[in-house]
Design a binder for this molecule. Structure first.
Ligand code: 13P
Ligand code: SF4
Length: 312
């Protein structure tokens, strides 16, 4: 048997094992666009953070397997406390989720009576308890614009926060210093070089990118937004400033279009920790169930349900 045939067979066997385990455990697989292609291929639902949080709260299955990082599993558990939420790798975490302190929030609250603390969903459950409402990159501008408050503290992502501030100039949006290490370090000179090489290509960027990259963008949006833009656009070539996992779905939806990523590939090593073997393992053992400290459940959940309401 050729090596390729052997690997294809092994992949099919794992797919089959996952299918059977899902049935046995009444489980569904939810995956973010940044996980490996082979995981996206077998997932029941693939999407951006907003889509995944919405879908998690609407499913009837007993078990959700969250193929992503820990804040996604925590959000799933907060919105569906009666379900078992399994994380294929318990160490897959988003570094940005921790990049803000309670002291920063207390200081802002002491200065502004009408302050709204707006928290990116890429945050721990504890960080969410300090906030008034959650947002994702797909709805942050809309939610901040529609809040009655004039003074907004946006946590923890300074890049998404700065983008929101530009889009909603009528508000006083204050920022902290958190960032996504993958998007923050996409090099503007590499995007510039791609623009020179492919002058007709449109630059589609995630708002977690640094300011210099966003200044070069023709479109700024969440991973789902980038996918929609690529599909509906008449252009045939695109420079993509986000994590490379999105390439799989871009190519599935647009087999005749070209997608160029920065030479230093943006790879989220935490998202890439999710493998088929780990999915099989948690489905078999029930290990790595997401859990939230009891005191955090109600206040953290309130920020997510408020987001789901305000995003309608
Ligand atoms: P979206 O899923 O909102 O596009 O955010 C990207 C991200 O960094 C998730 O970790
Ligand atoms: Fe966090 Fe960035 Fe990875 Fe998303 S891509 S999980 S924001 S480190």
């Amino acid at each position: 048997m050729s090596v390729k045939r052997y690997l294809d067979q092994r992949y099919m066997n794992k797919q089959e094992e996952i299918r059977q385990l899902k049935q046995e455990k009444d489980a569904v697989l939810l995956a973010h666009y940044y996980v490996d292609e082979e995981v996206q291929k077998i997932a029941d639902y693939v999407g951006d953070s907003f889509y995944l949080s919405k879908i998690a709260s609407s499913l009837n299955n007993r078990t959700l397997v969250f193929c992503g990082v820990s804040f996604m599993g925590e959000s799933g558990k907060l919105l569906s406390p009666e379900k078992t939420v399994l994380m294929p790798d318990a160490s897959a975490d988003c570094p940005m989720a921790h990049m803000v302190s309670k002291a920063e929030i207390d200081e802002a609250r002491s200065k502004y009576d009408d302050l709204a603390v707006v928290c990116y969903i890429n945050s721990t459950a504890e960080v969410k308890t300090w906030a008034d409402v959650c947002v994702t990159s797909a709805n942050a501008v809309k939610i901040v614009r529609n809040l009655p408050n004039k003074n907004i503290l946006f946590i923890p992502d300074k890049n998404l926060g700065r983008y929101v501030k530009q889009q909603v100039p009528e508000k006083n949006v204050m920022l902290v210093k958190g960032y996504c290490p993958i998007h923050e370090f996409i090099k503007p000179e590499e995007i510039k070089a791609l623009k020179q090489k492919y002058p007709k290509a449109l630059v589609l960027a995630h708002p977690e990118c640094n300011a210099q990259v966003l200044e070069m963008a023709d479109y700024i949006g969440s991973t789902s937004g980038i996918l929609s833009k690529a599909k509906e656009s008449d252009a045939n070539a695109f420079i993509i400033a986000t994590e490379v996992g999105v390439r799989y779905e871009l190519q599935v939806q647009n087999p005749d279009k070209q997608f160029y990523f920065p030479e230093t590939l943006p790879v989220c090593t935490d998202m890439k920790k999710i493998t088929l073997d780990k999915i099989i393992e948690v489905l078999k053992t029930g290990e790595n169930a997401a859990d939230v400290v009891k005191a955090h459940v109600e206040p953290a959940k309130a920020t997510l349900t408020r987001m789901l309401e305000l995003a309608k």
